[in-house]
Write a protein that binds this ligand. Sequence first.
Ligand SMILES: NC(=O)c1ccc[n+]([C@@H]2O[C@H](COP(=O)([O-])OP(=O)(O)OC[C@H]3O[C@@H](n4cnc5c(N)ncnc54)[C@H](O)[C@@H]3O)[C@@H](O)[C@H]2O)c1
Length: 234
Amino acid sequence: MSNVNDYCIDEVADHTFGLLMSWARKISQANEAVKSRKWDYKQITPIHKLSTLTLGLVGFGKIPKAVAQRAQAFGMKVLSFDPYLSEKIARDNNVELVNLDDLCLRSDFISVHAPLTNGTRGMISTIQFKKMKKSAVIINTARGPVIDEEALIQALQQKEIAGAALDVVEHEPIQDDNQFLLLDNVILTPHMAWYSEESQVELKRKVARNVAYVLAGKQPPYQVNQLNESIGNI
Ligand SMILES: NC(=O)c1ccc[n+]([C@@H]2O[C@H](COP(=O)([O-])OP(=O)(O)OC[C@H]3O[C@@H](n4cnc5c(N)ncnc54)[C@H](O)[C@@H]3O)[C@@H](O)[C@H]2O)c1
């Protein structure tokens, strides 16, 4: 069996950082304010200098590594929680490896990149939201169910955290009665982080190469191994 597990890395990293920037500079809120004839930046304060803020990455695979590079270019401090990451890889990427509690306590932005497995389903829930800063914003471009959606809605309604930016939700497309649609402190995009004109070509080329190798009786470039199957990557 084969798959393609390394296309759209830049696209998802760009989208993640775009969501972060949109929140950091309150661009989405400012746009809505101006269009409802409120020409007044005081409606959307406070805004903090990006280089004074900390980004916490949940997972440190291919995509968050690219997100870290973007954040560091803007002067942000980057933390990561990834139980399978070595200190050396963290150090080489100028990222501080921390446990999940520390990441929640210290981050201004928390970006979720862990794959959805039986072990990660609902891993960000009430306990984690209660540890986060009241000013924290959570971003999810991984898979909806990695975050406990009910707990996130409650944390947003009760202002335990400041906001969320979500490219993925538990049930896609988003259901008409999903509370996220009613919350001012949520930015939503329709599971599009992977998309660019170039990533579509990249995916098709890599899939076709897998097929060509198998038809020629060779091992495909992207073979799904036993390890991935045993951790139940969904
Ligand atoms: N929104 C989109 O369009 C889009 C597109 C592509 C990928 N994705 C999502 O992005 C996710 C990340 O992609 P990637 O290429 O960086 O994955 P990757 O396979 O390179 O890395 C996954 C990382 O997660 C870590 N991990 C595993 N269990 C963990 C846990 N319990 N807590 C913290 N970290 C854990 C692993 O150690 C690994 O470093 C994918 O699993 C997929 O769900 C979304």
